[in-house]
Write a protein that binds this ligand. Structure first.
Ligand code: KG4
Ligand code: ZN
Length: 360
C-alpha cells in the first residue's frame, strides 16, 4: 500500500510517500519521498511560531513540495492508494492548510483520505527506523515487546503512556502546564538563545556543569505520571535575574564568566528536566512490568535525554526504541506510518477537520 501523507500542524510543511507492507506484526516502510520545508528562519525573529505566518508559508510551500515529489517518484499519482493528513493537535490555521490541500488532492486523484493524529505520528515514528541499534534489523512486533511505556516529548506535549499492543494504549499522565520542549524554548529565550531553544540549550549545556545549580525537579516525588515544567522555567528566570550581571551589578563579571554561567544554567536546567522525565518513565516501567520503552517527539533529539533513558531502560533489561533523529521532529513520514497502522487497525476514525486540541 502506498500512502501520501501531509503534515502542517506547526512550522514544518511536509509531504512523504511511503510504500507500506508487513501488516501489524511486521510493519515495514520504504520511504519513496520525504520532504520537509522548515520555516524556522521566518519565525525566529519572533522567538516562536506565528500561526498566520505559518499558514501563509504552508499555502506557498505545499504545491511546491508536491511538484518536487512528483518529479522524484515517477508515476506518483497512479501509485497512491491512500492520502493521509494531520488533523490535530496543532495550530488551527496551519492544520487547515494541509487539510484543504489534502481534500483537493483526494478529489482530483479520486483517492480515499484519512485524518491522522499528530501525536500518533510521533509514537509510530520508531517504526520508520526499525530497531535503533541496528537499522538493518527488521523490527518484529511480538507480544514480548509489550507492555511498552511510551514517553512523548514535543514542543506542545509531554505524555507518558502504557501500550498493551501497537494499537492499544492508555495515557498514564501528562504535563499540567508547559510541555518539555516549550520549557527548553522558554529557558533558551531567558538565556537570549535563538528559537527553537532545545538544540541551543543542548549545545550550550555541553560546556556547562549539570550539577552547578540545583534547580527543582517538579512533581518528581508525587506518585502520579504527570509533569510540570513551568515552575522549573520560573526558577531559571529567578536565577538569571539574581545572578547574571546585567541585573545584578555585584557580579562584576567579564564576558567569559557570563558565558560560563549561562552554560552552567543550561546544563543544570537540562539535567533537572531529564531527571524528571527519566525517573517517571522508569517508575512507570517498573510499576507496569514493561518490557520496552519508546521515546519520541522533538525533545527526543536531545542526546543526553536519549542516552539516559536508553541506559536506564537497558539497566532494567528493557528494550529501548526511539525514532531516528530526523523522524523525531515534525515530518510527514511519521504521519504515513501512523496512517498505515490506523488503516490496518481500523480503530478510531478522525474527522477531516482541524482540531487543535486533539487528544491522544
Ligand atoms: O515534535 P516537535 O518537532 O514539534 C511539536 O510537535 O511540538 O518538537 C519541537 C520541540 C521544540 O520545543 C524544540 O525546542 C524541541 O522539540 N527540541 C529539542 C531538541 N531538538 C528539538 N529539545 C531539546 N533538545 C533538543 N536537541
Ligand atoms: Zn510534533
Amino acid at each position: 500500500m502506498n500512502i501520501l501523507s501531509i503534515e502542517t500542524s506547526c512550522d514544518e510543511t511536509a509531504i512523504a510517500i511511503l510504500k507500506c507492507s508487513g501488516g501489524l506484526r511486521k510493519p515495514s516502510f520504504e520511504i519513496l519521498a520525504n520532504e520537509v520545508s522548515s520555516q524556522i528562519k521566518i519565525h525566529r525573529p519572533f522567538g516562536g511560531v506565528v500561526p498566520n505566518l505559518a499558514k501563509r508559508e504552508h499555502i506557498k510551500n505545499l504545491p511546491k513540495i508536491y511538484q518536487k515529489i512528483k518529479k522524484e517518484v515517477i508515476g506518483l499519482e497512479k501509485k497512491i492508494d491512500l492520502i493521509a493528513v494531520t488533523v490535530g493537535p496543532g495550530l488551527e490555521p496551519a492544520l487547515w492548510t494541509g487539510i484543504n490541500f489534502a481534500e483537493n488532492l483526494a478529489k482530483e486523484l479520486k483517492k480515499p483520505l484519512i485524518g491522522v493524529n499528530h501525536m500518533e505520528g510521533h509514537l509510530y515514528g520508531f517504526l520508520l527506523s526499525q530497531k535503533t541499534e541496528n537499522p538493518n534489523d527488521k523490527l518484529q512486533i511480538t507480544k514480548k515487546m509489550f507492555p511498552v511505556i511510551g514517553l512523548v516529548v514535543s514542543g506542545g506535549h509531554t505524555i507518558i503512556l502504557k501500550m498493551q499492543s501497537l494499537t492499544k494504549w492508555e495515557k498514564l499522565g501528562e504535563t499540567v502546564d508547559d510541555a518539555a520542549g516549550e520549557a527548553f524554548d522558554k529557558v533558551a529565550r531567558i538565556l537570549s538563545l535563538q528559537y527553537p531553544g532545545g538544540p541551543e540549550i543542548e549545545k550550550l549545556a555541553k560546556q556547562g556543569n549539570p550539577k552547578a545549580i540545583t534547580f527543582p525537579r517538579p512533581m518528581l516525588n508525587q506518585h502520579n505520571y504527570d509533569f510540570s515544567f513551568s515552575g522549573l522555567k520560573t526558577s531559571v528566570l529567578y536565577y538569571v535575574r539574581d545572578h547574571l550581571p546585567t541585573n545584578a551589578p555585584k557580579w562584576k563579571a567579564d564576558l567569559s564568566t557570563v558565558a560560563l554561567a549561562k552554560a552552567d544554567i543550561a546544563a543544570s536546567f537540562q539535567q533537572a528536566a531529564i531527571d524528571v522525565l527519566t525517573k517517571k518513565t522508569m517508575r512507570a516501567a517498573e510499576e507496569f512490568s514493561a518490557r520496552s520503552v519508546i521515546l519520541c517527539g522533538g525533545v527526543a533529539c536531545n542526546k543526553t535525554l536519549r542516552e539516559t533513558i536508553k541506559k536506564e531502560s537497558e539497566r532494567r533489561g528493557l528494550d529501548f526504541f526511539a525514532p531516528e533523529m530526523k523522524f523525531n521532529t515534525d515530518n510527514a513520514a511519521m504521519i504515513g506510518a501512523a496512517a498505515y497502522i490506523h488503516s490496518l487497525a481500523k480503530k478510531r476514525v478522525y474527522k477531516i477537520e482541524a482540531d487543535s486540541n486533539l487528544n491522544l
